[in-house]
Design a protein around this ligand. Structure first.
Ligand code: NAD
Length: 514
């Protein structure tokens, strides 16, 4: 399949210049800085565009515009804010094909997954529209006569969104669409590895804002690297920082935001395991393992890193697994025949190779893969064979997240042992068990079961739906985004007590007569 023409797709969306590194919703601002970054597609290694990083001057402008637009946006009734999000969802629907292709070409995920990412944005828009009429507070029984108590939820202010390369646009939408109906404005710093997808999405946002004659500054985009991210983390004018990325980044951002007692949502690395019991439907378990470990070339926070297999079926299951791995097609992700695309860059390939040699040095055994592909179609040097390694859970490398299609195979005999192994890592994002044994399924989901933010039975670890709260425990950061009541993190809670009586009794029966 011919290379995807990203420039013509960007032009189709009305994007002319890529030195415009800041968007205040309604208009693009040309960066005066001279730091230009060339973006290469991991698909074919070709340079696809150059973007200019924003400087402090543009950053200051964006924050000021965001501050003033918050004064306006917070007073727009929530269902009216929902109406704008509804229109954004519709525009995304209309451009799903183009946007999915840009994501796929810029990030390297399969076209199906690229479209899936845009669908996730559309879904969260729908969710947020409904939510815009449901930002409920509680009423609470007062202990005092003729008093009423209620909770109100007010908008928070500016939400700073720092996002990772592997979900170039969806993660932003989980935050931005919920924040928008809550009455917040946002500033988005996408990954410096995938700015074009963000620019394309913002072009669509811009058209909705302009059509509705809204002031600038409700949705803002700023292109830059970790230095802009650091500025945002330090900036007391940004009430909430929602940062998605590595645990290393999250530890830094958490400290910086914590030092100013700001609020943080941290969505960080995972080290996800899938347990295969002898009572599992092995065909389904096999499909889940393969999709979970090799989907997005192992570059999902929820990718399967460890497969924990019961000893009685271990040999049979791994031979089936190796057999499927042999048949996987690796190549241009825009060609729908291929199952696996490239890693994001050659540094990621080095990390893949280092992890394999570290595992071998610790005594692990490579059962399949461990190879960088070359030759026709692989000129970018970013395609690797998905890899299966027999290992032990306590190996240092198994304890770490390597952002590549490497799955460690581990053996267990009793369920308690499998659960202990699954929990015995620093991260706590996603987990799964395959079993048709009701007892095992419930133990896995019980208090003494999985310690992760996501625990699934008979489905894999990745591919969460937007309706649930998404996030993980321990070094995954503890944040929750997207569905359920995650919206509460984007608002401030106010408890109101109203005395409609003639007297003024004090709480706890305290007497204070004057
Ligand atoms: P990364 O940490 O390298 O970068 C993520 C973002 O943080 C980028 O925008 C980057 O510019 C910014 N950044 C880096 N250092 C910063 C700093 N000191 N201050 C402020 N901003 C900073 O991560 P990546 O390689 O883009 O993404 C892969 C990682 O993200 C993996 O660990 C993956 O598990 C994780 N991830 C987690 C989730 C989740 O929801 N838990 C989702 C997607 C990705």
């Amino acid at each position: 399949m011919a290379n995807f023409q990203i420039q013509s797709t960007l032009t189709k969306l009305g994007i002319k210049a890529l030195n415009e590194s800041v968007c205040t919703g309604n208009q693009w601002i040309t960066a005066i800085g001279s730091e230009i970054k060339e973006i290469k597609s991991p698909v074919d290694g070709q340079p696809i565009a150059s973007v200019t990083f924003a400087t402090v001057t543009e950053y200051e402008r964006v924050v000021k515009v965001a501050q003033s637009s918050f004064e306006y946006w917070r007073n727009v009734p929530a269902p009216k804010r929902g109406e704008i999000v509804r229109q954004i969802g519709n525009k995304l629907r209309a451009h799903k094909d183009d946007l999915g292709r840009i994501v796929s070409y810029e990030m390297g995920k399969s076209l199906q997954e690229g479209w899936g990412e845009i669908q996730e944005m559309i879904d969260i828009c729908d969710f947020a529209v409904g939510l815009s009429r449901q930002l409920y507070g509680l009423t609470i029984a007062s202990e005092r006569p003729s008093h009423s108590m209620q909770e109100q939820w007010h908008p928070l202010g500016i939400v700073g969104i720092i996002s990772s390369f592997n979900f170039p646009v969806a993660v932003w939408s989980w935050n931005a669409m919920i924040a928008a109906v809550c009455g917040d404005v946002c500033i988005w710093k996408p990954s410096e590895k995938t700015p074009l997808s963000a620019i394309a999405v913002h072009q669509i946002i811009k058209s909705v804002l302009v059509e509705n004659k809204l002031p600038e500054g409700i949705f803002n985009l700023i292109i830059g690297d970790f230095r802009i991210g650091e500025k945002m983390a330090k900036d007391h004018r940004i009430q909430l920082i929602s940062a998605t990325g590595s645990t290393r980044m999250g530890k830094r951002v958490g400290q910086v935001v914590g030092a100013r007692l700001g609020r943080c949502i941290l969505e960080l690395g995972g080290n996800n395991a899938l347990i295969v019991s002898e009572d599992a439907n092995l065909d389904n378990a096999l499909k889940a393992c393969v999709f979970g470990a090799v989907g997005t070339a192992g570059q999902r926070c929820t990718s399967i890193r460890r497969i924990i297999i019961q000893d009685s079926i271990y040999d049979k299951f791994i031979s089936k697994l190796i057999n499927v791995y042999r048949q996987l097609k690796i190549g241009n992700p825009l060609d729908q025949k291929n199952h696996i695309g490239p890693l994001i860059d050659t540094q990621a390939v080095k990390n893949y190779l280092n992890a394999i040699s570290d595992a071998e040095n610790e005594g692990a055994r490579v059962l399949y893969g461990a190879k960088v592909l070359n030759g026709e179609g692989y000129e970018s040097g970013t395609y690797v064979l998905p890899t299966l390694i027999e290992a032990k859970n306590h190996f240092q490398i198994v304890q770490e997240e390597t952002f590549a299609p490497i799955a460690y195979l581990l053996k267990y005999s009793r369920l308690e042992e499998a659960i202990a192994m699954q929990n015995d890592v620093k991260q706590g994002l996603s987990s799964a068990i395959f079993t048709n044994n009701m007892h095992e399924a419930h133990i896995f989901l019980s208090t003494s079961g999985s310690d992760c933010g996501i625990a699934n039975v008979n489905i894999g670890t990745s591919g969460a739906e937007i309706g649930g709260a998404f996030g993980g425990e321990k070094e995954t950061g503890g944040g929750r985004e997207s569905g359920s009541d995650s919206w509460k993190a984007y608002m401030r809670r106010q408890t109101n007590t109203i005395n409609y009586g003639k007297d003024m009794p004090l709480a706890q029966g305290i007497k204070f007569d004057i």
